[in-house]
Design a protein around this ligand. Structure first.
Ligand code: SF4
Ligand code: SF4
Length: 152
């Protein structure tokens, strides 16, 4: 009989302890957000897709040379008199990229950077293999999840 009473008291104390933990956490700010209705803010060091400020690029090809996965490709012309190089085309293969950030680190003019894009969803293979880095709307086709009531 005594052991049964002990069990009931222990069970009751256990329930109170559990409720205390629940109550304490109910008052805290949630660590989760209602994605995709709320969007997270990426940290400063987050590495998204490779991006470019074309006006800053001097076509030195250092980023292309250092890339360990050969994800970058550029063509450039050189003025024979001034020896100045001009960008012709600049493409990026996001499926090859391992997001190491070496291209950003090596760029002498800070023209190349990894953006904060994390919604890298697409429907066709190839949508991320030939990104024209010179285009302003290069990542427009990457779609966030389609959810009823979501304002884009
Ligand atoms: S982040 Fe790394 S793998 Fe991706 S393009 Fe830059 S150097 Fe290449
Ligand atoms: S390293 Fe920078 S400046 Fe040189 S080609 Fe790459 S993006 Fe352009």
């Amino acid at each position: 009989m005594l052991s049964k009473i002990n069990d009931i008291v222990a069970g009751f104390i256990s329930i109170l302890k559990g409720l205390a933990v629940t109550g304490k956490n109910m008052l805290k700010k949630p660590v989760t957000i209602q994605y995709p209705f709320e969007k997270p803010v990426m940290t400063e060091k987050f590495r998204g897709l490779v991006d470019l400020y074309p006006e800053k690029c001097i076509a030195c090809s250092q980023c292309v040379k250092i890339c360990p996965t050969a994800a970058l490709d550029l063509t450039a012309t050189t003025n024979p008199e001034t020896k100045k190089r001009f960008l012709g085309a600049f493409s990026y293969n996001g499926e090859l990229c391992c997001f190491c950030g070496l291209c950003q680190e090596v760029c002498p003019t800070a023209a190349m950077y990894l953006n904060k894009c994390y919604e890298v969803a697409y429907y066709k293979h190839g949508d991320l293999t030939k990104i024209d880095l010179l285009k302003a709307d290069k990542y427009q086709h990457l779609t966030p999840p389609k959810v009823k009531g979501l304002k884009k």
